[in-house]
Design a protein around this ligand. Structure first.
Ligand SMILES: [Mn+2]
Length: 280
């Protein structure tokens, strides 16, 4: 990795991995597409709270992980890379890559946080025990996270594709699910920190973020996700924004949405008790 890492600073790190994808590759190109959108001359460099992203104390960038091709080795590299960032007191914002990266990331985060709540924004619950024989598929990370006790609370928002087996798994582990029907009826999560955000872009409606491998109509708007981020208590200790597939995003609109979510995460990380976030 190259780049700068400031103490406590929200820190981008690219995780160019799509080996967990069950349908379409292409997500490995996500990190560079989000960076291009973040720094596009089509807009200025300020967040909605008027923080200047060019200030490394506002947003640092640790570059992209260099990942081996074997999945088990890639998971180890992701876990160890995130651990190094946390040891440097950074608050990682990981750019995927497919959703399988959340499992090794959370192994590293959990090792430093005795209390941890995860909010997952997603069309899918990602609770399959295995998918096509792969227990580390992007359809499975939250099954592994629950088995290993990598959080105290898991709150899923935006779900609209569950199977009966996944519903049973969620009930067995006490997962709090606000599916799209409940969201439309007005249900909202109430969580506090230490908090980790795992944002799958397909949690948004394809009208907002079409550039994903598994578009699922009936989802959240960009503004709804930004408001959800801003209205939870912190501290936010880490986050990922995953499943952008640039090969399905010819106009770059979904990359622009991912960049907007990164700016929202930067604001909430700074707004939620900086200094208490990186170490328990
Ligand atoms: Mn998903």
């Amino acid at each position: 990795m190259a780049g700068t890492v400031g103490p406590g600073a929200p820190t981008l790190v690219g995780v160019p991995w799509d080996g967990g994808a069950s349908y379409l590759r292409g997500g490995a190109l996500g990190p560079s597409a989000v960076r291009d959108a973040l720094w596009s001359p089509s807009r200025n460099a300020y967040t909605e709270s008027l923080r200047d992203l060019r200030d490394p104390a506002v947003l640092a960038d640790a570059g992209d992980f260099t990942l081996p091709t074997a999945a088990v080795d890639a998971r180890n590299a992701i876990r160890e890379g995130i651990a190094r960032l946390l040891d440097a007191a950074a608050r990682p914002i990981a750019l995927g890559g497919d959703h399988s990266i959340s499992y090794p990331i959370l192994q590293a985060v959990r090792a430093r946080h005795a209390r941890l709540t995860i909010v997952q924004v997603d069309a899918h619950s990602d609770l399959y025990d295995d998918f096509n024989g792969d227990r580390y598929s992007h359809a499975c990370p939250f099954a592994r996270i629950l088995e290993e006790g990598l959080c105290d609370r898991l709150v899923q928002v935006g779900i609209r594709t569950r199977t009966p087996a996944q519903r049973e798994t969620a009930a067995r582990y006490g997962v709090e699910v606000i599916d799209m029907r409940a969201w439309a009826a007005g249900a909202r999560p109430v969580v506090d920190g230490p908090l980790y955000w795992s944002i799958d872009l397909d949690g948004l409606d394809p009208a907002h973020a079409p550039g994903v491998s598994h578009p699922e109509p009936g989802g959240l708007s960009t503004r709804e996700v930004l408001t959800l981020l801003a209205t939870q208590r912190g501290p936010v200790v880490g986050a990922d924004v995953v499943e952008l597939n640039p090969s399905r995003d010819p106009g770059g609109l979904s990359a622009a949405v991912a960049a907007a979510l990164v700016r929202g995460l930067v604001d909430v990380m700074h707004d939620t008790t900086p200094g208490t976030a990186a170490r328990p």
